[in-house]
Ligand binder design. Structure first.
Ligand SMILES: [Zn+2]
Length: 96
């Protein structure tokens, strides 16, 4: 159910690596279910364990991974932030 056009006035594609560096490790990925903000979490920053929704396995502290949340104007940015989830990098990649 894709109700929204993939053409968004502010959603022009950027060179990915440059964008990632400029935003301090976060990037926006456009998928069939909308735009997701994805941020890389370094080993040093991963101080807690999380449950990965991709494989239902724990992400132990000290494991580099990604945190993603739905960047959806319909829900509101704040709702998206509250729904953010931590993923194994490989699980997030597999979700594409
Ligand atoms: Zn996983």
């Amino acid at each position: 159910m894709a109700r929204r056009s993939s053409k968004r006035p502010w959603g022009a594609p950027h060179p990915e690596l440059d964008t990632e560096r400029a935003r301090g490790g976060s990037r926006v990925e456009h998928r069939s279910d909308g735009a997701w903000t994805v941020r890389s979490v370094s080993a040093a920053a991963a101080t807690k364990s999380y449950l990965c929704p991709g494989c239902q396995q724990e992400i132990p502290p000290g494991t580099p991974h990604v945190v993603a949340w739905h960047d959806d104007a319909l829900l509101g940015a704040q709702a998206g932030l509250e729904l953010r989830r931590h993923w194994h990098s490989s699980c997030w990649s597999r979700r594409r």
